[in-house]
Design a protein around this ligand. Structure first.
Ligand code: ADP
Ligand code: MG
Length: 697
């Protein structure tokens, strides 16, 4: 049995390690730097670096790396050893404050979306002292932000930290108005629930589509899918259980608060949820969690699939981003509270979120856009591509009463005066029943459910933080200049509800009728990634990010270029993989199958002339026709991939993939999947869906 309290954080250079190892004055300065997000002086950094190195070496590390998250969404690291020649053909282990605080990195092989052409190729990494250093694979990892020499963000952490500063700045103005003199800052908190699939390692390596694309590009539905709902929260198989235990141990050592592990809706699908923490740390931890899931799975001869839609016809994987704002004194600003004063403040923050989500629907949609996620959104398993907010009936009724100055209450009717009356409590379970909403209020936090399982949580939180900061900025401007605070507050809340209530929807988000209703309300429906991405550089969105110094226009354009390019690259890999699977494996197998059946047909006829041969005749006919279709569609795909090269514009390229390439991929798949059902099992070149989904013993 592992001693959880003992191993928890054992690979992390956290506050208690620092307290134990650093001189008291240095420790205090370090804590202050962490709290106020300030840079350390080089003398202090030297002391911290040295102590960090000693600790890391004692714990088995030989190397260090600046660990960062380039715009590709995965993490990057370049390892340097601690060794330094000591002059006598020997080495000593060294690590300076300079090496801790800032690293240089050749940015040229990371996507920069054009920033590289304008600026220098080299980038630098800067330590984020608020996220603790940790040891992974004998390497001391220092969480860093990654920028170009011109200061442009080349990663996902820099804008996230900037957005956290933005919401801190604006929320503090509001909190001053409510008289919170002792609050020194606010932070946003996130708890991301992570879904994933586990398949047998042997099975995985037999499927080029899983290896190259992370999802099946061919594959007929098995006789049994998820219709019995017997997997969801079902008992966990021993192999999977031992994987989960092992994963928990690894995550705990890294100080990650892995809390719940359970089976999900689809067969072979599982979920891990951590306890929430400060957003930038949650983002780092989520990256580490995904990495560890894959590593630990390998150890158990399993493969962890993080793709949003590994299996057609079976639920895909998402990520739920539970989000809230907390003050330095530990108060959750999305908790309705007990007193009229608290209630009023809660309603204001609630309205800030409602306004933000309504005004920046497009940015929220774009922040979850990826080719993988396009398969999920709107496919009756995940929220539609239309953004809306679920508040639950009770809270919606309260807002309605405020909006119309009307009486509220089941028994005792009262008119709610903000800051005077206590708003009634709403039981938590009534807020969490509707799982179809993209953006749901769940008692004291919002749960954004549109994220795909594979992507970093940074982008969505950049958008949420900045958009809410903008609402708060406008609110503060208005309230700071008000003659009578209470009246102004009431009017502000009332007007915000009036103006933005169209974004509130408590019904079934999977219902097609909702899409019509949403259109009537003027809400945006951006079904695919190429629809959503260009919204990033809409004028209002550039203004938002520039106002709060989160992104410059140049940075936004570079991001758009990287994301569009990523879309194109992923689809190209998928199409090429399909062509190869079709030509090298599936078509030859089908041809062989037709040959075998033809042989048996002939020998049957040779034996008895007028014998019935319905099976052979019909299957040869059907298989041969489908084989022709496969050949035709494979050739068509090939031609399209040549044609797309003549298109220069990245947006038009992405559109071409969506409008021309994807439909042909779908047709090719349909023909192959039909063939899989009629062909001899022993001739089919790949493990089938049953084996992949039910194969883990
Ligand atoms: P479920 O969604 O499965 O019902 P919970 O609502 O209990 O589960 O929590 C889901 C996630 O929300 C967990 O990761 C939890 O830590 C996180 N969470 C709870 N409170 C907050 C908060 N104030 N801020 C951010 N995340 C939170
Ligand atoms: Mg949830």
């Amino acid at each position: 049995m592992v001693n959880v309290t003992e191993i928890f954080g054992s690979k992390v250079f956290n506050a208690s390690v620092m307290k134990e190892r650093l001189p008291e004055d240095i420790y205090d300065l370090m804590q202050r730097a962490i709290k106020n997000n300030k840079r350390l002086d080089i003398d202090i950094a030297n002391v911290v670096a040295n102590s960090m190195k000693d600790w890391a070496i004692e714990n088995g590390a030989t190397h260090y790396t600046h660990w960062f998250q380039p715009m590709t969404g995965v993490t990057a690291e370049k390892h340097d050893s601690f060794i330094s020649p000591s002059g006598d053909s020997k080495v000593i282990m060294e690590f300076s404050g300079k090496e801790l605080v800032q690293g240089e990195s050749d940015a040229s092989s990371f996507p920069s979306g054009g920033l590289r052409a304008t600026f220098e190729a080299r980038g630098y990494t800067a330590w984020d002292p608020t996220s603790y250093a940790f040891i992974k694979d004998n390497t001391l990892c220092i969480p860093t932000a990654f920028c170009s020499y011109g200061g442009e963000a080349l990663d996902q952490k820099t804008p996230l930290l900037r957005s956290m500063e933005a919401i801190d700045r604006q929320a503090m103005r509001i909190l001053k108005l409510f008289g919170h003199e002792n609050v020194t800052g606010v932070k946003t908190t996130v708890g991301p629930e992570q879904e994933y699939f586990l398949v047998e390692k042997d099975t995985y390596y037999k499927r080029p589509d899983l290896v190259f694309a992370g999802r099946t590009l061919f594959g007929a539905k098995p006789p049994k899918g998820q219709e019995l709902d017997d997997h969801y929260y079902g008992s966990i198989k021993p192999r999977v259980m031992s994987f989960m235990h092992d994963l928990d141990d690894e995550l705990w050592k890294l100080g990650i608060l892995a809390k719940t592990e359970h089976n999900e809706a689809a067969p072979a699908q599982h979920e891990l949820a951590p306890i929430y923490t400060t957003t930038n740390i949650a983002a780092d931890h989520n990256q580490l969690t995904m990495e560890m899931m894959q590593k630990v799975a390998q150890r158990h001869d399993l493969i962890c699939l993080l793709h949003e839609k590994p299996f057609k016809g079976v639920n895909g994987s998402g990520k739920h981003n539970n989000w809230s704002i907390t003050t330095s004194t530990g108060k959750n600003l999305l908790d309705p509270g007990e007193t009229p004063h608290d209630n009023a403040q809660f309603l204001l923050f609630l309205c800030a979120v409602i306004k933000a989500v309504d005004e920046y629907q497009d940015l929220l949609r774009a922040s979850v856009a990826s080719p993988g996620n396009d398969h999920r959104l709107g496919a009756h398993e995940a929220p539609p591509a239309v953004v809306s907010i679920f508040l639950g009936e009770e809270l919606s009724e309260i807002l309605e009463a405020i909006e119309e100055d009307k009486e509220y209450g089941a028994r005792e009717k009262t008119q709610i005066k903000i800051g005077v009356h206590v708003i009634p409590k709403f039981p938590k379970d009534t807020t969490d029943r509707n799982r179809t909403s993209p953006f749901a209020f769940t008692g004291n936090k919002f749960e954004f459910r549109m994220l795909g399982s594979a992507s970093s949580i940074s982008d969505v939180n950049v958008v949420i933080n900045t958009a809410v900061a903008e609402s708060l900025r406008q609110f503060a401007d208005e309230l700071e200049n008000a003659n009578d605070f209470k009246t102004a507050l009431h009017d502000l809340i009332q007007n915000t509800i009036k103006k933005h209530k169209r974004i509130i929807f408590n019904g079934n988000g999977y219902d097609d009728k909702w899409l019509q209703e949403a259109e009537k309300r003027g809400l945006l429906n951006l079904p695919t990634t190429p629809d959503a991405l260009p919204r990033i550089i809409e004028k209002k969105n550039v203004e938002l990010f520039e106002t709060h110094r989160v992104y410059s226009e140049v940075e936004l354009k570079s991001r758009l270029a990287v994301l569009l390019d990523n879309y194109r690259k992923i689809l190209r890999i998928e199409a090429l993989t399909m062509i190869e699977m079709s030509r090298k494996d599936i078509m030859p197998a089908v041809s062989k199958f037709i040959g075998n059946i033809s042989d048996s047909l002939n020998s049957k006829r040779n034996a008895v002339k007028s014998v019935p041969c319905k099976y052979e005749e019909s299957v040869i006919e059907k298989a041969a026709t489908l084989l022709d279709t496969m050949l035709d569609r494979t050739d068509a795909l090939d031609t399209l991939l040549v044609e797309v090269r003549t298109i220069k514009d990245t947006q038009l390229k992405a559109n071409f993939y969506r409008d021309k390439v994807i439909p042909v991929m779908d047709e090719l798949r349909a023909a192959a999947d039909e063939l899989e059902v009629i062909c001899d099992r022993n001739i089919w070149p790949y493990p089938d869906y049953s084996e992949m989904l039910f194969g883990v013993k």
